[in-house]
Design a protein around this ligand. Structure first.
Ligand code: ADP
Ligand code: MG
Length: 320
């Protein structure tokens, strides 16, 4: 399978009066064309920062972002404009990402007007086509964001992201602000669009149960770093990192014969300011030991399944 996006040792640091925030700290993975990479972790672990770097809303501090064979951290302004057309983002809260003064049609049309890629008539035609594609009734053409419910607003956000026919879309918690019944509709829409247009997604969420049905692969993040990455179905069958286990055990189970023991994590995720070398989860980990203060590297524990934890082998021996 061809890879579309590859990131290597990507970092984003923010200097603040309290120290340097290591929001994304040495992250490496690739996304195959037409597939969905799920990025999971608690609030504050760096998911949105990662997403914003991938669509160049944010400059990286170090590392490579290779899109279709080209390092886009090194692009000239003209090439950057082209890259931006190919990669788009959908936000959690379309209410704040849509301009309140724009009608539905204005919002969807705007990227086409700005790009200069389409004539006025073409942009009009495409706006109609996109509204139909994402399931917004023609009568809502002139409605304003505050007149729409959350699901319809997110449909507008999706249509807008599709306006320039991108190949890659970062979905940053696109259903987290929606009612559960609406969540499924939006996830189904994203899946349908992916199939029809062979789109590649990076799907960010703090909720593992949401990525289960949409992701082909999953990266679990903790304080700016990957702790585990694996094909999605493998991860739901077997988790190695104590943090992944804790995240999974928090999903309410409907299977009474297969209830997991819920692992309750001590303390809260802290801010990644001037972190010490070693595992960042150690402070909350029930299995923490001396070795955890050493830097941890992702190691392949099963084909395509990588874990960064010195205790993993021991823990799995104990559980057998
Ligand atoms: P998530 O999307 O997983 O909730 P974010 O990527 O928004 O996490 O944030 C990761 C970390 O980076 C947090 O500790 C956050 O406070 C910090 N951060 C994000 N943006 C900035 C910024 N512009 N300046 C300083 N710190 C930031
Ligand atoms: Mg976020």
């Amino acid at each position: 399978m061809a890879k579309l996006v590859e990131i290597n040792n990507l970092k984003k640091y923010y200097k603040t009066p309290r120290g340097t925030v290591h929001a994304v700290d040495d992250v490496t993975f690739r996304i195959e064309k037409g597939r969905t990479m799920g990025i999971v972790g608690e609030s504050g672990c760096g998911k949105s920062t990662l997403g914003r770097m991938l669509v160049h809303l944010e400059e990286s501090t170090a590392g490579e972002i290779i899109f279709d064979g080209e390092d886009v951290t090194q692009l000239t302004d003209r090439d950057m404009k082209k890259f931006r057309e190919h990669s788009q983002i959908i936000f959690q809260d379309p209410y704040s990402s849509l301009d309140p003064r724009y009608t539905v049609a204005d919002s969807i049309r705007e990227p086409m007007v700005v790009s200069g890629k389409y004539s006025r008539a073409e942009a009009e035609e495409r706006t109609k086509m996109l509204m139909d594609l994402v399931g917004i009734a023609p009568r809502l053409r002139l409605a304003y964001p505050h007149e729409l419910d959350g699901g319809r607003r997110q449909r507008v956000g999706i249509a807008r992201a599709l306006a320039l026919d991108p190949e890659f879309i970062v979905c940053d918690e696109p259903v987290s602000a929606l009612d559960v019944s609406i969540q499924a509709q939006i996830l189904n829409l994203l899946k349908k669009l992916q199939q029809e247009k062979n789109l590649t997604y990076m799907f960010i969420t703090h909720d593992l149960s949401v990525v289960k049905h949409i992701s082909d692969d999953i990266c679990v993040m903790y304080l700016g770093q990957l702790v585990e990455t694996s094909p999605s179905h493998d991860l739901f069958v077997k988790q190695y990192h104590p943090y992944t286990k804790a995240l999974l055990s928090a999903i309410p189970s409907t299977d009474i014969y297969n209830k997991m023991n819920r692992i309750v994590l001590k303390g809260e995720i802290t801010s990644p300011i001037d972190p010490k070398p070693g595992c960042r989860f150690a402070a909350r980990c029930p299995y923490a030991c001396e070795q955890c203060h050493q830097p941890q590297k992702l190691e392949e524990v099963e084909p395509a399944h990588f874990v960064a934890c010195c205790k993993v082998r021991e823990i799995n021996e104990l559980k057998k």
